[in-house]
Design a protein around this ligand. Sequence first.
Ligand SMILES: *[C@@H]1O[C@H](CO)[C@@H](O)[C@H](O)[C@H]1NC(C)=O
Ligand SMILES: *[C@@H]1O[C@H](CO)[C@@H](O)[C@H](O)[C@H]1NC(C)=O
Ligand SMILES: *[C@@H]1O[C@H](CO)[C@@H](O)[C@H](O)[C@H]1NC(C)=O
Ligand SMILES: *[C@@H]1O[C@H](CO)[C@@H](O)[C@H](O)[C@H]1NC(C)=O
Length: 734
Amino acid sequence: MCSLFFLVILSAILACDCLTKDDVLVYTVATEETDGYLRYMDSAKEFGIKPNILGFGQEWKGGKEIRTKPGGGWKINLLKEALQKHKDESDKVVLFTDAYDVIFSNNLDEILKNFKATGAKVLFGAEPFCWPNPELAPMYPEVKDGKRFLNSGLYMGYVPELLKLLYRKSIGDDEDDQLYFTEAYLDETFRESIKMKLDHTSTLFQNLNGATSEIEIYVNESKDKKIPEKYVVKNYFTHTEPMVIHGNGFSKLTLNYLGNYVPNMWNSLEGCIKCKERTLNLANQPVKAMPLVYMAIFIEVNTPFLEEGLQKVYNLDYPKERMHLFIHNAAKYHTSLVKNFTEKYASEYLSFKQILAEDGTPEWTARDLSLDQSTAKNVDWYFSLDSIVHLDNPQTLRLLIEQNRSVVAPLLVRSGKAWSNFWGALTKDGFYARSKDYLEIVYNKKRGLWNVPFITNAYLVRASIIKRYDRSILTYNKPDTDPDMAFCRTFRELNIFLYVSNRVDFGHLINADNFDVTLAEPEMYQIFDNEMDWEARYIHEDYQNNFAPGRVDKQPCPDVYWFPIVSLRFCNSLISMMESYGKWSAGTSYDERLEGGYEAVPTRDIHMNQVGWEPHWLKFLQKYVRPLQEKVFLGYNHDPPRTSGGNFVVRYRPDDQPFLKPHHDSSTYTINIALNQVGVDYEGGGCRFIRYNCSVVDTVPGWVIMHPGQLTHWHEGLYVTKGARYIMISFVDP
Ligand SMILES: *[C@@H]1O[C@H](CO)[C@@H](O)[C@H](O)[C@H]1NC(C)=O
Ligand SMILES: *[C@@H]1O[C@H](CO)[C@@H](O)[C@H](O)[C@H]1NC(C)=O
Ligand SMILES: *[C@@H]1O[C@H](CO)[C@@H](O)[C@H](O)[C@H]1NC(C)=O
Ligand SMILES: *[C@@H]1O[C@H](CO)[C@@H](O)[C@H](O)[C@H]1NC(C)=O
């Protein structure tokens, strides 16, 4: 007793300012190399901190469910054992932290300085919840500022006092460590005897649970543009900059967010700093040595531009002899397309398995099955893709594998929208919430590798994780939950990080919300929802060259211009839309579709509004035709171009309407797009401008003829002698 008392005195004397960071012993408990462990070690490395890892490689003995149930006595017993060899080093200070949900945000010198400033011999972090036994709450001393209750995830103390605390009683491995320390703290005599205090205002330790709204990242901008800004965790409630951050309880997602920046994980000059670590390099690998991939494609909804989407999957620059292919097609509409794809390409893959729409297999069953298959095939990576995914970057798969994380999704965004395949934050009940940096990531203002709570549509998973958990744990099937939400929730519960990467551009998402497959050529109607994909399929590949500097425009007749504008696919689709509608006008002067009913120059035609395509056509005029017009008819700028229903497809046939007599158009300018091929689909035809005795007869499908509508450009439709000639006409600005 007397010697112990003496020891206390001695240690008080020794606890002078002569301590340095080398006198701090850092301990943590971690049984395995989880994502959280790697993050913890990264943050330690940033400050040159070398934690002693206790329990590594051992089975966790501190109780079954550490997250929600008491446990953790094992941590105390491990520390007691480890401190044996330091038991006489009264001049040493121990810093104990949990590992998986902790990051350091400052160095040991600063940590020590703040510790000493508290005057405690043993200091614990504080939190607003009295746990695991809330009934003890009234026994806690009142506090004026900050949090009242003890949390055992972070503490620091001089060896002698800490040993007294650790040996105060014995504790079973699966008993609760927080309760153990709480009881010691509530014993006032004992508390005073070892000068045990709580860090109520987070000068050192920040437990995030119950305090997340007090915390934000402070950006310390540098005046020197060549020195990157620094990200600091600040507590805006206590006005402190805590140095060890603990994402305890349900605050893990907040820690994940903070950990994207702190300490020194990302800055605007260097981008993401730590994401270059622990990566693989597949360049120059022989094919035989390339990781094996199980690629599973899910077609759960009718999807516009699926043909191109699948082609991009096929175009991935990765050896197909190292890839298994699995397709679940739940959309009958796509049966023929998928059949064409698989008949053409499936044999190139290592194996191929398909679940057809006719089987009626629910989505989650198919997804779970693909997980089992990936395990059966003993692959290295599982790669899941939904039909709305377009991987425009053929290196996507290779880059994701090289990133070498447990789960990583390529950032995909609906073109021009803020809709993406990840969530930056979650509401309490697990639904979408927007993180502060969500838009910056979506718009690539910040590029990097981001730890986020939810990803979907496309992701790569390390197959060993899938192998480790069977379908009772890792499953897409949870009651009342979407398959992807169920999947992500499981990963969050297992503390496996979900990363989304926008280190480079990977691709985009299709919007399948308004895809009406009852229409003939439904993709033609997608100009609003999927503008980029619409353009890629339907706009002429040379269209942009119309604007190339020094380009000499074709002018077959005076003031008649000729441009490539739409693809052959567009031409065929427009004809098909019209023929499947089929109600060609009578070609008489009475036209019930017109106001007043009189048509001076009747043709056999179908108006755009008859097939519900007028708004789409006006958009086309505005976006693709107007710039051409402004380029050649200088000084005339009407945006958007107007028409009064004068948008239609004309069909000329020898037996029907073979020609059109000379006329003016009621337009400022007229466009005339040839939709099929002279000499192949029909003979004769063309347009003659009478004043100039000049004809355009060798029309090219997909090319537009643009000419003034009146006065100078009186014109006629020339005789079609064979077949059927289709042209698309629009009277612009009547
Ligand atoms: C910002 O960084 C500078 C230089 O490291 C430091 O002196 C200053 O105290 C920091 N400001 C804040 C508010 O953290
Ligand atoms: C890839 O990741 C695993 C798991 O984190 C790690 O064990 C391995 O060392 C990493 N590979 C490289 C080359 O860093
Ligand atoms: C599949 O291929 C056949 C034969 O080439 C073709 O007729 C059909 O239109 C294709 N289906 C789709 C949806 O592309
Ligand atoms: C119009 O052009 C055609 C062919 O170039 C020519 O045969 C004809 O004589 C011309 N007519 C007039 C009125 O100039």
